[in-house]
Design a protein around this ligand. Structure first.
Ligand SMILES: [Zn+2]
Length: 124
């Protein structure tokens, strides 16, 4: 298991992750629409598109890094704590600090809370 972050670093990391994903998505949408409306050279269009896609990729890679450092979940039914597989992680729905996952222990699908572990686990 990779070394987990402290609780404060986790909170900061999650905030930065959310901010980067939102701004990257907006920038990507706005620039991709703008290049078809505004009248600039093809080279400028290509550069603008590359910048927006590059920032979007950086935000995605950063979010995966943060999630790997903070990704422990607690099953609300059997209270087992586990790290979900990356594929499950990518394709599951999430709301703030909870995620719809199937527990590897009791096999029940439910909203699992992200937990921070240091000595004993606690909710963020
Ligand atoms: Zn469970």
């Amino acid at each position: 298991m990779s070394k987990l972050w402290t609780k404060e670093k986790t909170k900061k990391g999650l905030k930065l992750e959310a901010a980067m994903l939102v701004t990257a998505t907006l920038l990507l949408l706005v620039i991709n629409i703008l290049v078809f409306i505004i009248n600039v050279s093809d080279l400028t269009k290509v550069i603008l598109l590359m910048i927006s896609w590059f920032y979007f990729m950086v935000a995605l890679i950063y979010s995966m890094y943060v999630e790997r450092k903070t990704g422990m979940y607690e099953c609300i039914r059997c209270h087992s704590i586990y790290t979900p597989k990356l594929s499950r992680y990518i394709f599951s729905i999430n709301l703030a600090t909870s995620r719809l996952l199937r527990c590897p222990y009791c096999k029940q699908k439910s909203w699992h809370e992200k937990v921070y572990i240091e000595g004993k686990h606690q909710k963020l």
